[in-house]
Design a protein around this ligand. Structure first.
Ligand code: URA
Ligand code: SF4
Length: 215
């Protein structure tokens, strides 16, 4: 069933129910080392969904996404385009912190993503799915895609724009990427304006790209 026609209250309740499931989840081994699961945060009617990789130390402590150094930088980037966290939904591919901040395993992603991220996106129906880093990028772009080549290039499909960005932590580690990241971010404002001018519709690109579309 699509979310079309549902009231904002019903959609919010559905999103809250997913968050409650996430907090109790024991579907994959990441549950055992976590302090708090991190379902994500933001309004159910957000036009943009940002998807990071996995909670880090501070996120695990607080149960909230992007509250450490990467999150502070993300706030600055949002401010560049006159947005705040109250305007966007922010979440991660996996909702529990991998021990020692290791990369999430594909087995963990394969369990968590369809169980939670996919359902969150179905409820929020964001116009723009902005991926932060290569793990979330890999959900929507072919395995051959390299972030250094495709960052900042919107892909239009499913009445949605998939927009790959560097991970804020990568930019903090490599300050040479700052101007690039900031330009990529500013482009989000143009994309939002274009979507609004088109009355909310997004044409697929011609010819339709090879689709690896999970949602
Ligand atoms: N890095 C991520 O990918 N996600 C967070 O929530 C925090 C840091
Ligand atoms: Fe459940 Fe996802 Fe946490 Fe694994 S990472 S325990 S699937 S919420």
């Amino acid at each position: 069933m699509t979310e079309e026609g549902k009231s904002l209250e019903d959609r919010q309740a559905a999103l809250d129910a997913i968050a409650a499931e996430v907090r109790q989840c024991e579907k994959c081994p990441l549950h055992s080392a976590r302090t708090n699961a991190v379902p994500g945060a933001g309004p159910v009617d957000a036009d943009i969904m940002f998807i990071g990789e996995a909670p880090g130390f501070h996120e695990d402590q607080q149960g909230l996404p992007f509250v450490g150094a990467s999150g502070k930088y993300l706030d600055q980037l949002l401010a560049l385009i006159d947005l705040t966290r109250a305007d966007v939904f922010i979440t991660n591919v996996v909702k529990c912190r991998p021990p020692g901040n290791r990369d999430p395993l594909s087995t963990e992603i394969d369990i968590c993503m369809p169980a939670y991220l996919k359902r969150q996106a179905e409820i929020i129906e964001p116009k723009i799915v902005a991926t932060l880093g290569r793990f979330s990028m890999a959900l929507f772009f072919p395995p051959s895609a390299r972030i250094s080549r495709i960052h900042g290039q919107p892909k239009r499909a499913n009445n949605r724009i998939y927009y790959p960005l560097y991970h804020p932590a990568a930019v903090l580690r490599n300050p040479n990427l700052r101007p690039v990241m900031e330009e990529d971010f500013k482009r989000i404002r143009d994309l939002l304006d274009d979507i609004e001018a088109a009355g909310g519709t997004i044409e697929d690109e011609p010819p339709p790209p090879q689709q690896l579309s999970l949602f």
